[in-house]
Design a protein around this ligand. Structure first.
Ligand code: ADP
Length: 230
């Protein structure tokens, strides 16, 4: 199955995508994480993406499409995958549609985490992430047990460069203008809107409720009882 997780920056896509992917046993592919890894590794793609990401804009469709198609051709994507942060433009959506057709995959399931835009700036500026395992914390709602360190592996947490207030505002503007229309492209398909302004545990429960019947129909992924999340 192909799952697309939509929502504005700060809507909780990263947190939910990890939970869903673990539960279903499919890879969670975040184009943002992939681009940050390219920057870290100082590749040509990373160098091209760096200043765009730092300003809150979108990296070019051709670059992102190429990166994505390379990733989903890997063997771990054979029985399905979850995309977080892609497609983000209508051009990317068209590219993905063609890729799905070519590979004879089933139509994607869309999960749209909707959060009022005025709640997002506070969420993003108080976000911290473990650079090692990628786990996401929020100083206001989900702080780590020991301030400043990852609960899972003890690594010092970092603030993403693009979580500074002026960049956050630009990312939200970009989302509203460019990415929100992508949702309309999928609205007639297997589309589910989920209120993202609740605790991660509630949201995940709603998502598993939506996916459970679809998972057994598709025969993809692990499924089973969702884990309890605080
Ligand atoms: P968020 O959704 O919280 O903004 P992401 O990690 O998904 O964070 O993306 C961070 C940045 O990476 C974006 O602001 C953009 O510059 C770039 N990016 C990620 N995915 C894409 C994409 N599909 N197309 C173009 N740029 C992207």
């Amino acid at each position: 199955m192909v799952l697309l997780l939509f929502g504005p920056p700060g809507s909780g896509k990263g947190t939910q995508s990890r939970l869903i992917a673990n539960w279903l046993g499919v890879p969670a592919i975040s184009t943002g994480d992939m681009l940050r890894a390219e920057i870290q590794a100082a590749t040509a793609l990373g160098q091209a993406a760096q200043s765009i990401m730092a300003s809150g804009g979108l990296v070019g469709d051709d670059l992102v499409n190429k990166m994505l198609s390379h990733r989903v051709a890997q063997p771990d994507c054979r029985s399905g995958f979850l995309l977080d942060g892609y497609p983000r433009t209508l051009e990317q959506a068209g590219f993905l549609d063609r890729l799905i057709d070519e590979r004879r995959l089933k139509k994607p399931i869309i999960l749209h985490l909707d959060v009022p835009l005025d709640a997002l700036v506070g969420r993003l500026t108080s976000r911290r992430q473990c650079p090692k395992c990628g786990r996401i914390y929020n100083l206001l709602h989900q702080p780590p047990k020991t301030a400043g360190f990852c609960d899972d592996d003890g690594t010092p947490l970092v603030t993403r460069k693009d979580d500074q207030e002026d960049v956050v505002k630009e990312r939200i503007r970009t989302y509203d203008a460019v990415s929100r229309p992508v949702i309309a492209h999928y609205q007639d398909s297997n589309y589910h809107q989920i209120r993202g302004d609740r605790s991660p545990g509630y949201i995940f429960e709603e998502i598993t409720g939506i996916l459970e019947p679809l998972v057994s129909k598709n025969g993809a992924g692990g499924g089973g009882k969702p884990p309890i999340i605080e």
